[in-house]
Ligand binder design. Structure first.
Ligand code: ADP
Length: 487
């Protein structure tokens, strides 16, 4: 019984290769394929934005259009079938096509009516299942955009045998965005019966909170972050609600796509390498130093960073840390864009240490790969990190992570000092420049002991960060959600 293949609907606002804003798209584009590879019937559903064109992806209309009620109006929706993934694990993709709310819009988020738009998406997704005559065992919902779905299923959906036993999992990728809107949304979505939650401000609906309150199970994208969100400091106003549902809250670390991120086949790096051929890696360091117009010195430790320039990524620590680092025999390369004050800060430090650091203030996927493949250390001093992908990519590329032990960073990087020479990187706990420097200091010392350094690199490269491990974890959560559904 427990091995029965499951029928899973994966709902997300963004998914690679159709639309990408952030990490959610990476997860939605790769986790379903890993689940498919395990033999389950998983299908993805997402809106068809104006940027998703029929000359880029296979697209086939399914059946006749259907109508959903929004306030006093009816909205026409077409369902389109597409697909993602290679032959071995091809996942059906259904695109929700509505002109007013999605296809006339040229981006995923950032409109005044985002709450209405995703209410339409949720309603249309539920209605589309009837059109497909496909009843999933579980719907995997993601972030606030899909919070309406568990809410509807736990209330109105209980009246309809088609939906009654559909279980839900709600995954929190980013607790900072909660989809807070006025209660008029409930009239718009024909859901006036939805009760007010104590974490909601009077007169508002918080779709993240509603999703958390109504899903059968909830998870964050790492076990450590699942504990952190229960604290008032990191719960973003929802800690008390999450505490109430603590027995339903889990953590599953994200994976990275091992085909896409592979130093042995990466066409964007000058010298391909693997864990046994690590000597070849030095060519990438040289090329990176040249590209950054830094002195080409193989023995000098090179610290890299690829990040959004946002406060949560630890940017407030960086100026003193860089001043400290660059007084030493070390080099630093940053690739990132974001808040203007951090652009200014990196320019300021670069002006002081023009021969030691280079800040590339842009988004550049090729350069990102060259940094992972050529830098010696990868710095991630995040204040908050639900999972983090950078540190896992870095380890896959033999670049040793130096990270703050928070959220997914704590779960994926083990400290080489505490582990007595058996770790995969260097970690620090306090959110202070001094703590970060102390970890960098230990990394710099170890860097000079070549055999130790090499074994840290090799342990990182040997750790399995592929989706196969986490996909199994999700299957367990789906089965558990089905089991507890209705209790
Ligand atoms: P977050 O989702 O909070 O931005 P993650 O570490 O989970 O952080 O994911 C960041 C991803 O975006 C990584 O794959 C990283 O390589 C990539 N990235 C971030 N900034 C840049 C940039 N400026 N250029 C290229 N890739 C970037």
């Amino acid at each position: 019984m427990t091995n029965k293949p499951l029928k899973i609907l994966f709902l997300a606002a963004e998914a690679v290769p159709f639309a990408k804003v952030g990490g959610l798209a990476d997860v939605a584009g790769s986790l379903p394929r890993a689940i498919k590879a395990l033999g389950h019937d998983v299908r993805l559903m997402m809106p068809r934005y104006g940027t998703i064109r029929s000359n880029q992806f296979p697209m086939e209309k399914i059946g006749n259009p259907f109508f959903i009620s929004v306030g006093p109006e009816k909205e026409r929706v077409h369902l389109i079938r597409s697909t993602m993934g290679g032959k071995s694990a091809q996942v059906p993709v259904y695109l929700i096509w509505n002109d007013l709310y999605f296809s006339s819009r040229d981006r995923v988020y950032g409109f005044e009516d985002d709450a209405q738009r995703f209410a339409v998406f949720g309603q249309a997704a539920l209605a589309a299942l009837q059109l497909l005559d496909w009843k999933p065992d579980v719907i995997h919902t993601n972030d606030w955009h899909t919070g309406i779905v568990p809410t509807w299923l736990k209330t109105e959906g209980q009246k309809d045998p088609f939906y009654r036993d559909v279980a839900t999992l709600f995954t929190i990728h980013n607790l900072a965005y909660q989809g807070i809107t006025g209660r008029l949304i409930l009239i718009f979505a024909q859901m006036e019966y939805v009760t007010h939650l104590s974490v909601e401000q009077p007169g508002t609906v918080n779709w993240m909170a509603q999703g958390i309150a109504h899903a059968d199970l909830i998870n964050t994208v790492s076990p450590r972050y699942a504990q952190e969100v229960l604290t008032p400091e990191m719960g973003m106003g929802l800690a008390s609600l999450l505490e109430k549902r603590k027995d339903r809250l889990f953590g599953v670390v994200n994976g990275i796509d091992y085909e896409q991120w592979n130093p042995a086949t990466d066409q964007d790096i000058p010298h391909r390498f693997d864990a046994v051929g690590l000597d070849r890696r030095i060519g990438n360091k040289t090329a990176l130093q040249q590209q950054a117009r830094l002195p080409v010195r193989p023995e000098v430790p090179l610290v890299g960073m690829v990040t959004r320039l946002d406060q949560v990524k630890g940017m407030d620590l960086m100026e003193p840390v860089l001043e400290w680092l660059l007084e030493r025999e070390a080099q630093f390369i940053l690739l990132g864009t974001g808040a203007p004050q951090y652009h200014e800060m990196f320019k300021r430090v670069q002006a002081r240490f023009p021969n030691r650091m280079r800040a590339f203030l842009k988004f550049d996927e090729v350069l990102a790969r060259r940094i992972y493949a050529g830098a010696d250390m990868f710095l991630m001093p995040s204040g908050v990190e639900p999972c983090g992908l950078g540190q896992m990519i870095a380890m896959r590329y033999g670049c040793v992570p130096v990270v703050r032990a928070t959220g997914g960073l704590a779960d994926t990087v083990s400290d080489n000092t505490t582990k007595r020479g058996r770790g995969t990187g260097f970690t620090f706990t306090d959110y202070t420049p001094e703590a970060c420097q102390e970890a960098l200091e230990r990394a710099l010392e170890t860097y000079n002991k070549k055999p130790s350094w090499r074994s840290i690199q090799q342990r990182g490269m040997a750790t399995d960060f592929s989706w196969s491990v986490s996909a199994e974890e999700y299957i367990k959560l789906y089965r558990q959600a089905i089991k507890v559904h209705g209790t």
